[in-house]
Design a protein around this ligand. Structure first.
Ligand SMILES: [Zn+2]
Length: 450
């Protein structure tokens, strides 16, 4: 009997442990052999800033103390529903020796000679880039001192391609530099025009020497790369004495930044192909589904608390994930039995005391459409257009929303006809996103108003 009991425990143990899958998120990061900027590109940037100074009567200084506090240089579009969207792939390299590396916190989150902070998108970076979910904004008010647009923006490797970028000179003569922007996403303002703190500068892309969508944020006290500053205050920052952030974020920010539920696994193809998220929020009930959670700065010793909350706010099922390895970015999933009682449920994921939720519906009848077929079925015509266009093929009850390039909602309706007219004639010319939500699926189409 004792032996049978032992076997039963073993099977139980294996069946539990086998239900957790995942590991490091498949990322490619810039490194010493894939630097964010070439020496020639630094030279061009210096000349551009010096030229703008002369032309617009700006003055640079070389101060070590922050006088113009910076706010975070990214924000999300308001249709981005993930709990968070970024991780820091690289800080500045504070070690002058080669190949030695050391970030401001005396850690190794950098590569040899790196001169900026690389803020990368996570998860689904190409999808986020395609849909303009992460927007680059001015860290402080100032005057545009350099700007380049129109270059290829889906690079996956190190090379000498030219990045799209904006630099802003602040009132103390310092410059903040924003690199790798998405092609044709840059502010319409030109060199010499002023921007306010938080003003839109562009969308995150992968232009220039870049292995994936990220913002390279660099700070110069003056008008040359030799006046480089590290905005992060820490024991190993020898470039300046204090933080340049109005409110400096912690060195690491462990958190679950997206929780999602899938019938079919997400597809993460090699760069630059767009990821397929395959997220579901509408389930008939019963059977199993995959519960995914994406962790930024996964830290050994931390525990993720996962739970399905049922109507009435009680627990349907709960489990944990124990972190045993440090990862900049990781993903995990568990296969879990789905409830059968109809209602609204929540997948709750807590890590480092931060909660990330995703609600889903049981008893929801999926529209019997597959996302791909539905995408083909919906038509936006004419496109490009003069501001008036029709959407056809969407199911009755589909929510149609139109967002501008800055992510602001400018039109919303629930369609009661299969052919709906949308009028944007009062809006500026440019790119708009028409988002269709139906049966737990969302589809976004791009529209150009000429
Ligand atoms: Zn960089």
């Amino acid at each position: 009997m004792g032996k049978i009991y032992f076997i039963f425990l073993s099977l139980f143990y294996f069946s539990v442990s086998a239900q957790e899958f995942g590991g490091v998120y498949p990322l490619r990061l810039n490194d010493a052999s894939n630097p964010c900027l070439t020496p020639a590109q630094y030279k061009t940037l210096e000349l551009q800033i010096a030229d703008a100074q002369l032309k617009f009567g700006l003055t640079s200084s070389n101060q070590k103390n922050m006088t113009v506090p910076f706010s975070w240089p990214l924000k999300t579009a308001n249709y981005m529903s993930d709990c968070n969207y970024y991780y820091i792939a690289n800080y500045l390299d504070q070690d002058p020796t080669s190949p030695g590396i050391k970030d401001y916190n005396c850690g190794s989150v950098t590569y040899d000679g790196h001169a900026g902070t690389d803020i990368a998108l996570l998860p689904y970076p190409i999808y986020k880039m395609d849909n303009n979910q992460a927007l680059i904004i001015a860290a402080a008010a100032g005057t545009i001192s350099a700007k380049v647009d129109g270059n290829f923006d889906k690079n996956c490797a190190s090379n000498t391609l030219t990045p799209n970028y904006v630099a802003v000179m602040h009132s103390d003569g310092s410059n903040s530099i924003y690199l790798h922007m998405k092609k044709n996403s840059l502010t319409v303002k030109s060199i010499g025009q002023t921007v306010t703190q938080g003003e839109y500068l562009g969308s995150v892309g992968s232009s220039g020497s870049s292995t994936g969508p990220h913002l390279h944020f660099e700070v110069w006290a003056g008008n040359t790369a030799a006046t480089l500053r590290d905005p992060w205050a820490g024991a190993c920052n020898s470039l300046n004495v204090s933080t340049w952030w109005a409110s400096q974020k912690p060195y690491t920010e462990p958190a679950i930044i997206k929780a999602q539920i899938n019938n079919i696994a997400p597809v993460l193809p090699a760069c630059p192909a767009t990821e397929t998220i395959n997220e579901d929020t509408c389930f008939v009930g019963g059977g199993n589904a995959r519960f995914y959670y994406y962790i930024r700065n996964e830290t050994a010793g931390y525990v993720a608390n996962l739970r399905i909350i049922q109507p009435g706010n009680t627990t349907f099922s709960a489990w944990t994930h124990s972190s045993t390895t440090n990862y900049l970015a990781a993903y995990w999933y568990n296969i879990k039995a789905m409830p059968t009682t109809p209602g609204t449920y929540t997948f709750e994921a807590i890590y480092n005391s931060i909660t990330c939720n995703r609600t889903f519906t049981i008893g929801c009848v999926p529209a019997g459409i597959n996302e791909l077929n539905y995408t083909e079925q919906i038509q936006v015509l004419p496109n490009p257009n003069n501001g008036e266009f029709f959407v056809s093929g969407s199911q009755i009850g589909t929510k149609i929303e139109v967002f501008n390039i800055l992510g602001s909602l400018i039109f919303s309706s629930i369609t009661d006809t299969e052919r709906e007219k949308i009028n944007l004639s009062q809006q500026n010319a440019g790119i708009y996103f028409v988002k269709f939500s139906f049966g737990g699926k969302t589809i976004t189409k791009k529209v150009l108003k000429e």
